[in-house]
Design a protein around this ligand. Structure first.
Ligand code: FES
Length: 579
């Protein structure tokens, strides 16, 4: 019999009955029950991780994609075998999708390991699904290629083009400010998501699609095709065929997801004005391979990487416009001098070779030239200071320039429940100039680090026309949101980070120019407060996944991965700073 490492197809990963011959005999007997021939079963197997779910409209086109991937696999001589994994949709996940990302990554990793496959196509899309799949696949070590479901198309409300979910938030803020009535908010609710697919702006799903393409783990041109187009179906067919070729080329994830690939992905994250969540997810994926994303170096990289893509929430357009403008290829061409062009992709060719072979560029207005960007520096800035010793971030491309240098009084909410109870109270002592602080929404605190960092403007200020305030929390924010919002304050309040010590009336100074976030309270007073502090303890009655989560979750600077899932050693740091 073949050595275990050389076994492919059905012979891989035999079930342990103590007799390998019998294990294979039994496996073949059962799969023949589904009508397969020996010829089919002798082919290389390309598994397809199908995340279609009626709870996930962002993956509503999964059946068509699975069919097209299968066609591609069979045209290339392979045997496609589809299998289900957990699917996570943002708005259908309690308490928050981030709570489930690591569970999905474990499901993906273990099912890749457990089932016989020579390569795997990962069909993801909605925010947490792509990072979960890449985290799992990176650790499983089987040739893997990412396919995304693609962005939804835009809708139209009373003559205005709208799309999820930047416009969801904009219209909801107008409703809260009494600018539009209940009838209109119902009308727009019908138009914000006019087709299946992922959010139509540069939110987390689009960001992760662009990141996957930049990493080289997705087909070139695979990020931008909208969900309901023929282009998307063709990408799926080519993905299936490419997966078969990856088997012969032994293109395992560690050959593609290299430090150079992560540096390319960080560049792209910054240049597309990508979601702040992208940093956490990239950190988690890299951490599975022993590669550490260093926040200070990311900030330095951001200073020399302009935002080129004019998409909401940083700009004006939507994903379908980026696709018509040539997709991510157009962005990569502008970034070429800053990229590692020798990084390998799923095609077996390098990023540079793929760019040379891409269709010619043409005049368009969605991706700006490198020397005429929409924002001169990368979209994300990393802040440090006594309020965030291990870092915090702000999406400066979607922030208000006038608030990025700001010192003011803090108005503090102890947790999400406190916020919900008091934010719209007419008696709340708050003014437009104040800084809103929300504690207790970090990885442990909430738990799951929900996207509650987009603290709503208090109703009484909204009615006065206040559109933005400095807001600070240890939570995350949807990639589709905009505002002067400081996120991922690390360490979080629940484990005793300095954020836990802030009280209403303290003064806080934010300086994005100096990359600092400071609590202007003297050390002696902070020491007194620390002595009185009660930090989070785990209820002894906790059980199951929640217990695993609370005892194993890491902070944002380690990607919010579980400590036991990261590589045992982080041996390389990225990005390396250029001379
Ligand atoms: Fe699924 Fe936005 S809710 S991508």
């Amino acid at each position: 019999m073949d050595k275990p490492a050389e076994r492919g197809g059905l012979k891989k990963g035999l079930t342990n009955y103590g007799d390998e011959g019998f294990s294979l005999f039994l496996r073949k007997a059962f799969i023949k029950g589904a009508g397969y021939t020996d010829d089919a079963l002798s082919r290389p197997i390309v598994a397809i991780a199908n995340t279609g779910s009626a709870y996930n409209p962002c993956h509503g086109n999964a059946p068509q994609l699975v069919e097209a991937v299968k066609r591609g696999v069979m045209l290339a001589g392979g045997l496609p075998v589809e299998f289900p994994t957990i699917s996570i949709a943002e708005s259908f996940s309690h308490p928050t999708s981030m709570y489930l990302r690591n569970l999905m990554s474990m499901d993906t990793e273990e099912m890749i390991r457990a089932q016989p496959m020579d390569a795997v196509v990962l069909i993801g899309g909605c925010d947490k699904t792509v990072p979960a799949q890449l985290m799992g696949a990176a650790a499983a070590g089987v040739p893997a290629i990412q396919l995304v479901t693609g962005a939804m198309l835009t809708g139209s409300h009373r003559g205005e083009r709208v799309g999820a979910c930047t416009d969801c938030r904009r219209y909801w803020a107008r409703f809260r400010g009494d600018e539009i009535d209940a009838r209109e908010i119902d009308d727009v609710n019908n138009q914000l998501v006019p087709t299946v697919g992922t959010c139509s702006v540069m939110g987390t799903a689009s960001t992760m699609a662009c990141i996957a393409e930049a990493l080289g783990i997705m087909l070139p041109g695979g990020a931008s095709a909208p969900a309901v187009t023929a282009d998307r179906i063709r990408v799926a067919e080519r993905t299936g065929a490419t997966a078969v070729a990856m088997i012969a080329n032994k293109l395992t994830p560690d050959r593609i997801l290299t430090p150079a690939a992560f540096e390319n992905a960080l560049r792209v994250l910054l240049a597309v004005g990508g979601s702040t969540n992208g940093i956490i997810h990239l950190t988690a994926i890299a951490g599975r391979l022993g590669i550490e994303v260093e926040l200070g170096a990311v900030d330095k990289m951001a200073r020399e990487t302009p935002v080129l893509v004019d998409l909401k929430p940083s700009g004006q357009h939507y994903m379908e416009d980026l696709h018509k403008a040539g997709g991510l290829t157009t962005v990569l061409r502008e970034l070429k001098p800053l990229l590692h062009l020798d990084a390998l992709t799923v095609t077996g060719r390098t990023l540079g070779e793929e760019l040379d072979a891409a269709p010619a560029s043409f005049k368009q207005s969605v991706v700006r030239p490198f020397d005429a960007p929409i924002f001169p520096q990368g979209g994300i800035a990393v802040l440090r200071g006594n309020l965030a010793p291990r870092g915090a971030i702000i999406k400066q491309s979607a922030a208000n320039a006038e608030l990025m240098e700001h010192e003011a009084r803090a108005v503090v909410f102890e947790n999400a429940e406190d916020l919900a109870r008091r934010i719209d109270d007419p008696e709340l002592d708050v003014e437009a100039d104040d800084i809103l602080v929300l504690k207790g929404i970090g990885p442990v605190g909430a738990p799951g680090m929900p996207e509650a960092g987009y603290i709503p403007i208090p109703k009484k200020l909204g009615r006065l026309g206040v559109k933005d305030m400095v807001r600070i929390s240890d939570g995350r924010m949807s990639g589709t949101a905009a505002g002067t919002i400081v996120l991922h304050v690390t360490p979080e309040a629940a484990i005793g980070g300095p954020l836990a010590l802030v009280r209403t009336g303290d003064r806080i100074r934010l300086s994005v120019a100096r990359r600092s976030i400071e609590l202007l309270v003297n050390d002696a007073e902070l020491g007194r407060r620390r002595e009185q502090l009660q930090t989070h303890t785990i209820d002894p009655h906790e059980r199951g996944y929640r217990k695993l989560f609370l005892t194993s979750i890491t902070q944002a600077d380690h990607g919010c991965d579980f400590d036991f899932l990261r590589a045992s050693q982080q041996t390389v740091k990225v990005p390396k700073l250029r001379e």
